[in-house]
Design a protein around this ligand. Structure first.
Ligand code: ATP
Length: 362
């Protein structure tokens, strides 16, 4: 097992494209870290640099304290799991899992023992003599994981390993990977574009956009204290809603609404805005802070647009002036499109972003 440290790592591709900018991060020994962000944000490139599959244009990469910038992938003692399982079609599961060990000259009996051990962990024992084409997608991905485990590497690097699986299997495999991580305690870096996968799996999550780290935090911290509009909108489902407004006399005022902030929060927002001399803000509202219960706080007049009953809860999209908010209401909320109503919310639980810098100043 090993810590992984990236200091001001950058990647310029040959065409001059700057795919990763100044990426600095210390991943602890045994930690499970998830890189998440929209397509093209540089998460795979960063993972591939750690693996040694891409050159590092600038900066320093250490694995287990050793600078590995110029080491070949096989000298880095890491195992990679890809979205495409990359299994050898003509080999059995047992042969696929043991192949790398055999190449390394590990004695036959030891290979068999390590493959059996990994197969037990992944519930593949009964499939060891089958070939990949005789397996389901989930079983193939288990074999790919098994192949990584048997090598007992210092770290696992996983690039969207569950993307080819259907939704139900993805949830099952998420649990399997986390269980493996608990059992083995091997440092793991996991790339996904799916924020739910990131939230449910990571000890820490690295949110990326445009080749840059936006925020590094635990799942709850990201959810509760997003540093900017991008992180606020990216993490959470249904997504955070944003209303444009201005700070005026302790209230956020916008098209069709005025909400009083708690005094300390209004002071923070005023101080944050003063740094840039603006007054415009974006108010960020999580769906669960909106309620039909008067006791919930400040009133917000809205008109129902779309109602999505999901059984235990109802997701409602509403218009507030020219803006839109999404509320997560109880399963029994009976609402009709175009119905005018009043929502209530605790403004202490809103997020206030500087509209100019998009930084969270609330
Ligand atoms: P995805 O989820 O779509 O895989 P990603 O966040 O993993 O996205 P990367 O694959 O790291 O993104 O790519 C980052 C950026 O670098 C993208 O804009 C991509 O087009 C660009 N890129 C990737 N490989 C190359 C290359 N070989 N040459 C030039 N540009 C590249």
């Amino acid at each position: 097992m090993a810590a992984i440290s990236l200091q001001q790592v950058r990647k310029f591709y040959d065409n001059g494209f700057h795919a990763v900018r100044d990426f600095s991060l210390d991943i602890g020994d045994g930690e499970f870290v998830v890189f998440v962000g929209p397509s093209g944000c540089g998460k795979s490139t960063t993972l591939r640099m750690i693996a040694g599959l891409e050159d590092i244009s600038d900066g320093t990469l250490r694995i287990g304290g050793t600078v590995v910038n110029d080491l070949q992938p096989k000298e880095r003692d890491i195992a990679m799991v890809f979205q495409s399982y990359a299994l050898y079609p003509h080999m059995t599961v047992r042969q696929n899992m043991g192949f790398a060990l055999k190449l390394d000259g590990v004695p036959k009996a030891a290979v068999a023992q390590r493959v059996d051990e990994a197969a037990r962990m992944l519930q593949l024992d009964h499939l060891l003599e089958r070939r990949p084409k005789e397996l389901s997608g989930g079983q193939r991905q288990r074999v790919a994981l098994g192949r990584a485990i048997v090598r007992k590497p210092q770290a696992f690097l996983m690039d969207e390993p569950l993307s080819n699986l259907d939704a139900k299997l993805r949830v099952e495999m998420r649990a399997s990977i986390l269980k493996l991580h608990r059992q083995l305690g091997v440092t793991t870096v996991y790339v996904t574009h799916d924020q739910v996968e990131a939230m449910t799996m990571g000890d820490r999550i690295v949110v990326m956009k445009g080749g840059e780290i936006q925020q590094v935090a635990s799942p709850m911290e990201l959810y509760e204290r997003p540093v900017n509009v991008f992180v606020g909108g990216f993490i959470g489902s249904p997504a955070m809603s944003f209303l444009d407004g201005e700070l005026r006399d302790g209230c956020v005022v916008g098209d069709g609404y005025a909400l009083r902030l708690p005094a300390a929060m209004a002071d923070r927002v005023a101080a944050g805005l003063a740094m840039n001399g603006g007054r415009a803000v974006k108010l960020g509202l999580r769906p669960e802070i909106l309620s039909l219960d008067r006791a919930a706080g400040e009133p917000l007049a809205a008109v129902v647009d779309v109602v999505e009953p999901l059984g235990a809860e109802t997701i409602v999209t509403l218009r507030v002036g020219g803006g839109t908010v999404v509320a997560r209401l109880g399963g029994h909320a009976r609402l009709e499109p175009e119905q005018a109503l009043t929502l209530y919310l605790d403004t202490a639980r809103t997020h206030v972003f500087d509209a100019a810098t998009e930084a969270n100043i609330g």
